[in-house]
Design a protein around this ligand. Structure first.
Ligand code: TRP
Length: 362
């Protein structure tokens, strides 16, 4: 069976370092591994509209931001088809048929949806489109016969829901759809990078994100203001590394070689942590180090992003071509689905013959 990747992001803002370690970095590695037959990367504008119906301009503006972040991180249109969800109407049609295979109570139990409903204070005024977006996500994945879905850990319930829809569809209508697998980061810290304030989730409204597009100055300021151990007041105080955002980010980003380059007096991260826990290591020093580490990782992305600023029409053209290509693939799957459901009436010569016989005046 062909090995195919599909994944994507909602264009509701620029992508941040949580997206980067949680999924983007892995996608680029998988893309460059040469192990996959096809790679589809989707800008999920239709899904973004499910809870931004009153603000389509936000979604419209952020499509190019996400595309720039993708290209800056190393996603390569020569190797991956990058496209815009709404430009592939076949996805909507697939969703409509999948809706019949999912119960309301099953959607209500989806932990990610539950959590998001709470976060958005929807209470009883949940848009139907939002409530059903896991079904549309199943359409996104299955339309491309994806075997592999690299995502952040919060998306696992979506993949599970997709697998259930696939099994149900295949059981009712015959073997048609491919059951996908999620790929999440191995490094547990990367699965859920906290915000710079130590809060569990990075979010634009909390103002606790480090964006891939941040300037060196913005990055430095955010790092120097990061949440650490509130009880670590004097340098000599013993400090706590658990729940200390600076150390969490070092767990996610630090490579051994950065110690040789910036902190040669420490053998590695364990030695640095030990010193901090013992006392005698100040926050400013660890923050400066983290800033250097993040600069190493993010400066090349930031520079590429700036250069790409001169190629906006070309990037829209790339997205247009990607969307066209995606549409062809999705249309084939949709045709398979309709054939399996036997709603391909006009292709079905036997049906027409049978009905003709049934009604013929003998
Ligand atoms: N739900 C994903 C997010 O919030 C975006 C998305 C839409 C997606 N369709 C997908 C991810 C299909 C993986 C596969 O970022």
């Amino acid at each position: 069976m062909a090995k195919i990747i599909l994944t994507g992001d909602r264009p509701t803002g620029r992508l941040h370092v949580g997206h980067y370690v949680g999924s983007l970095k892995r996608r680029v590695e998988l893309q460059n591994s040469g192990e996959f037959d096809k790679i589809f990367i989707m800008i999920a504008d239709a899904q973004a509209l499910t809870d931004n119906a009153d603000n389509p301009e936000k979604v419209r503006q952020n499509i190019i931001e996400v595309a720039l972040d993708y290209l800056a991180c190393g996603l390569d249109p020569q190797k991956a088809t990058i496209f815009i969800q709404s430009q592939v109407p076949e996805l909507t049609e697939l969703s409509f048929y999948y809706m019949n295979l999912v119960t309301v109570s099953r959607l209500q139990r989806n932990p990610t949806v539950k959590n998001e409903i709470q976060m958005r204070n929807f209470e009883t005024s949940i848009p139907v489109g939002f409530f059903t977006y896991p079904i549309s996500q199943a359409a996104d994945i299955t339309a491309f016969r994806a075997t592999t879905v690299p995502v952040g850990e919060d998306q696992l319930p979506m993949i599970e829901q997709t697998r259930e829809i696939v099994r149900k569809f295949n059981q009712v209508y015959g073997e048609t759809l491919v059951e996908p697998e999620a790929v999440i980061p191995e490094n547990a810290t990367c699965q859920r990078l906290p915000g710079t304030d130590g809060k569990a989730k990075m979010s634009k409204s909390l103002g606790n994100c480090i964006y891939l597009a941040d300037t060196a100055e913005e990055l430095k300021q955010k790092v120097m203001n990061m949440y650490t151990d509130p009880n670590h007041i004097r340098v000599s105080d013993p400090g706590c590394v658990e729940g200390n955002t600076v150390f969490t980010y070092l767990d996610a980003f630090c490579k051994e070689e950065y110690f040789a380059k910036y902190l040669p007096e420490y053998a590695g991260l364990d030695a640095l942590k030990e010193h901090y826990q013992k006392g005698g290591l100040g926050d400013v020093k660890i923050k400066r180090f983290l800033n250097a580490v993040l600069e190493e990782e993010l400066a090349p992305i930031r520079e590429r992003r700036l250069e790409l600023g001169d190629q906006i029409p070309e990037i829209y053209e790339m997205l247009r071509r990607g969307s066209e290509e995606a549409r062809k693939v999705a249309a084939e799957t949709l045709a398979d689905v309709k054939r399996a459901m036997r709603i391909n009436y006009f292709e079905d010569a036997a049906l027409i013959r049978e009905q003709a016989e049934r009604f013929a005046n003998k």
